[in-house]
Write a protein of this length. Structure first.
Length: 157
């Protein structure tokens, strides 16, 4: 087990959530499923207790905690996408049963917050021309799902 990883709390759907996540993000896999060795407040012997998984090369855990935890937006899973097609694919999959927020943020059907953005966005926001950075920042703030072409138009002026 890695020394540091993020643990996501689910009521009883950890396996469904992890299966969904690893199907969406390249370089992802389920590493280990720990089943409960005996009855516990959130389940029975043999139920999935904890799942260690890799998401985009990063270590995560998913816990079936028995009651639904509330996720704030102070932490989220952030995914840098190669292009608009990847943004669209992830956005559609993750907002199904969830909700869009703003500026590339969403909550999936389990309430987990995600940021879905293009790889080029940080570069544009740090452009040496302050006008480019400001226009891109303003355009991004007006978006819910990020639109790469609109960001490129904003950068071009």
């Amino acid at each position: 087990m890695p020394k540091v990883s993020t643990c996501l709390w689910f009521e009883r759907d950890a396996q469904a959530a992890v299966d969904r996540y690893v199907s969406l993000i390249p370089d992802s896999r389920v590493d280990h499923v720990q089943r409960a060795p005996g009855p516990w407040p959130a389940g029975q012997t043999g139920d999935v207790l904890m799942i260690a998984f890799t998401l985009g090369g990063q270590n995560f855990q998913a816990l079936n905690g028995g009651s639904q935890a509330e996720y704030g937006t102070a932490a989220s899973i952030s995914v840098a996408c190669a292009d608009q097609a990847e943004i669209d694919r992830l956005w559609a999959a993750l907002t199904a049963g969830g909700s869009a927020i703003a500026c590339g943020w969403l909550r999936d059907r389990w309430g987990v917050p995600w940021q879905i953005f293009p790889e080029m966005l940080p570069r544009l926001l740090a452009d040496s021309d302050p006008g480019v950075a400001a226009r891109v920042f303003t355009a991004m703030q007006e978006m819910v799902k990020i639109d790469v072409a609109a960001l490129e138009r904003a950068a071009a002026g």
